[in-house]
Design a protein around this ligand. Structure first.
Ligand code: GLY
Length: 359
């Protein structure tokens, strides 16, 4: 078992990682009076697979509110529905919400926890690699609007993050790869030694060897915890974690979430690294190192169909990181040397996008 602390003063919490650590939930929940309900907001697919194992670690007065899987669950309509259901359960201020599922469950349940009764406590119990290495840590919660992804939300830290690697065993190869994209991103912006580690342990990672998986998640959580502790509300440093994401969010929106978030991040990193290389910043061999790792992890190198560059640029302009008309990107001047820029032109993006257009 591994543990990583997120140091945020009175909102500090621990991330516990390893096989079987869901058993530690009982200890986390002791902060709550025994009469207070625990409500699990669960992705239905995850609930079908793992709810029995989870509830074995929960007090008997727990309730479960399942929701249909997929990005469409991240809506204000679903927030209202879940809040109404919580009210029907008479869930009070002592309620602890468990966010059980992948990034969607964490974002949605975290946002419900942030707004229900002006805030009740919640615990992230991620069941995808993407949520384990990134989304469940750091308190970003929210839902989508028709206009774009994550346009409504709150920074709201959980009480704890419990990453039971046993829950990750049922992940599809595709979902596993999607999580690895965020891990490669962390390595590129913060820890080049992790890039080497990925390459050296690729077989074991892909085979989901328990020790290597725990190590991978712990290393990512340590990077994320450090960045979040320095800049919780993304006023500066935390923005580096958006590397690859300006393009990724545009692709997710235009493809109507047909590709996984991590797959779009992999494509986004390739385009944004091409922008960096063309500007003479990121040395080509470093971009190629990242590219070959993404390929090794079976992440896409091309879009499923040709998208009009002008549409991608328009979608980029909806990104919430933008200020005014300029589109913000996090490019690399080198490995572990990210830089925020707002002067990328439509023509530059159009050229760089060619590398991911289908042949
Ligand atoms: N996923 C990037 C962040 O949490 O800041």
């Amino acid at each position: 078992m591994r543990s990583v602390d997120v140091a945020l003063g009175e909102r500090s919490y621990s991330i516990t990682i390893g096989p079987g650590v869901a058993n530690s939930l009982r200890a986390c929940l002791q902060v709550s009076p025994s009469a207070s309900p625990v409500v699990v907001l669960a992705d239905q697919t995850v609930a079908n697979l793992h709810l029995a194992a989870l509830t074995a670690s929960l007090p008997p007065n727990s309730a479960v509110l399942p929701f249909a899987p997929g990005e469409t669950a991240k809506s204000l309509t679903m927030v209202e529905h879940l809040c109404e259901r919580l009210a029907a359960l008479h869930a009070g201020r002592q309620t602890v919400i468990l966010a059980f599922g992948g990034g969607v469950a964490g974002d949605l349940a975290g946002f419900v926890a942030a707004v229900y009764l002006r805030g009740v406590r919640f615990i992230q119990v991620p069941t995808t690699l993407l949520a384990a290495v990134d989304a469940a840590v750091g308190g970003k919660t929210g839902v989508n609007l028709a206009a774009g992804k994550n346009l409504v939300g709150a920074f709201y830290q959980p009480l704890a993050v419990v990453i039971d690697t046993d829950f990750l065993k049922t992940l599809s190869k595709r979902d596993c790869a999607a999580g690895l994209a965020e891990s490669v991103k962390h390595a590129a912006v913060r820890d080049p030694a992790l890039l080497t580690w990925h390459a050296d342990h690729a077989d074991a990672i892909l085979a989901r060897d328990s020790d290597n998986f725990t190590e991978l998640i712990a290393r990512n959580c340590a990077i994320k915890a450090d960045v979040v502790a320095r800049d919780e509300r993304e006023t500066g440093l935390r923005a580096i974690l958006n590397h690859g994401h300006t393009i990724a969010h545009a692709l997710e929106h235009l493809l109507n979430y047909e590709l996984r978030h991590g797959e779009c991040v992999a494509l986004g990193m390739q385009v944004e690294n091409e922008l960096s290389c063309t500007r003479g910043w990121l040395p080509r061999p470093d971009a190629e190192r990242i590219q070959s790792l993404l390929q090794r992890f079976d992440l896409p190198t091309h879009l499923p169909r040709r998208l009009a560059p002008a549409d991608i640029w328009t979608a980029c302009q909806m990104d919430k990181k933008n200020r005014g008309a300029a589109v913000n990107f996090v490019l690399l001047r080198g490995l572990a040397d990210p830089v925020r820029v707002a002067d990328v032109t439509a023509a530059e993006v159009e050229r760089a996008l060619e590398i991911i257009q289908p042949p």
